[in-house]
Design a protein around this ligand. Structure first.
Ligand SMILES: CC(C)(COP(=O)(O)OP(=O)(O)OC[C@H]1O[C@@H](n2cnc3c(N)ncnc32)[C@H](O)[C@@H]1OP(=O)(O)O)[C@@H](O)C(=O)NCCC(=O)NCCS
Length: 337
């Protein structure tokens, strides 16, 4: 946990961008692929449809568009970036990093670039990491992107997982903002002992690709849904309360709550714990499914561009995912001059 009392600058979000692939996959279509139905998916998860990366696209293609949009929104030129972080579990290749592909395509020729892997918590981890470079004065402009093509690591024969995930990308530009604004506090946590509950078993150094690993679909998401569900319900409200306390705030101070979008029942239970009306909770999983690292910046970009978020609003973001990992942050929106 880090309340951030003694730094030179605050780091704030000064631009947001999003991109979603055009192809929509509905629950009715999934019903033709596996033994499931629209009613089960909607009532058990809250998901109605999700987007799917086109055959010509890879994660970097989604990330570049979201990144360009965030830079335009912030009024920042690519050359001004000191750092590009891409949070993803679906990089184009193991190396080079997707962040390097994005750095090149954006023309961010003065930027360092790296990928960050923290499962679906990746965006919150990347937000906190990027903010450290801004608050220390190392870089003035940092681009943080959450981008995923989960459809490429989904087992389309496994009804327990294939109905849940979707593709997309969201991006934010971090810049120095006046004290009292920007990221007021954050927490990043992990519990590696539970790693097997959400795992892609093959394709790394433990089980390199062989004919057998491919036939057994070991390169796709394997998940103990109920264990992940219990973990998520346990940590979501708790992590939010921790960061609020570190910022000297209470849950009644929250203007918008942006939880990782995995299951509407998890989100509702967190809102209940925080005694928050669902009007303050931003939800996009009905339209996009679980987009992993993209879910929070996608929801944020929609809320900002629709004019819902106003200067001075307190936004709490909470993520959880493979690792297991979790993290949260409090952001005071805006950058008054
Ligand atoms: C996956 C999840 C939606 C399943 O919901 P659930 O209420 O726990 O459902 P269960 O796993 O208990 O399954 C209930 C029944 O529905 C069946 N079922 C599972 N998927 C189904 C589907 N897509 N369609 C129809 N039935 C399905 C199961 O086989 C089970 O049948 P059974 O009772 O005959 O064995 C839920 O556990 C969840 O959201 N977990 C968290 C996942 C998550 O957040 N992952 C990402 C983390 S970043």
């Amino acid at each position: 946990m880090a309340g951030l009392p003694s730094k030179v600058f605050n780091a704030g979000i000064t631009g947001v961008g999003a991109y979603l692939p055009e192809r929509i996959l509905t629950n009715d279509e999934l019903q033709k692929m596996v033994d499931t139905n629209d009613e089960w998916i909607r009532t058990r998860s809250g998901i109605k449809e999700r987007r799917i990366t086109s055959p010509e696209q890879a994660t970097s293609d989604l990330a570049v568009i979201a990144g360009e949009r965030a830079l335009a929104d912030a009024g920042v030129a690519p050359e001004e970036l000191g750092l590009v972080i891409v949070a993803t579990s679906t990089p184009d290749t193991i190396f080079p990093s997707t962040a390097c592909l994005v750095q090149d395509r954006l023309g961010a020729k003065n930027a360092a670039a790296f990928d960050l892997a923290a499962g679906c918590t990746g965006f919150v981890y990347a937000l906190a990491t990027g903010s450290q470079f801004v608050t220390s004065g190392t870089y003035k402009k940092v681009l943080v992107i959450g981008a995923e093509s989960l459809s490429r690591i989904t087992n389309w024969e496994d009804r327990k997982t294939c109905v849940l995930f979707g593709d997309g990308a969201g991006a934010v530009v971090l810049s120095p903002v006046p004290k009292g604004y920007g990221i007021l506090s954050f927490t990043l946590r992990s519990d590696g002992s539970k790693g097997a509950t959400l795992i892609i078993p093959a394709g790394g150094s433990r089980l390199p690709a062989t004919r057998e690993t491919v036939e057994q679909k070991l390169h796709t998401i394997h998940m103990d849904g109920q264990e992940v569900f219990k973990f998520a319900v346990r940590i979501m409200g708790k992590a939010a309360l921790e960061v609020l306390a570190a910022a000297g705030l209470e849950s009644s101070d929250i203007d918008y709550f942006i939880p990782h979008q995995a299951n509407i029942r998890i989100i509702e239970s967190a809102a209940k714990r925080l005694v928050l009306s669902m009007e303050k909770v931003l939800v996009n999983l009905d339209r996009y499914g679980n987009t992993s690292t993209a879910s929070i910046p996608l929801a944020l970009a929609e809320a900002v561009h629709s004019g819902r978020v106003k200067q001075g609003d307190h936004i709490v973001v909470v993520g959880f995912g493979a690792g297991l990992t979790w993290g949260a942050a409090v952001i005071k929106w805006g950058s008054p001059t």
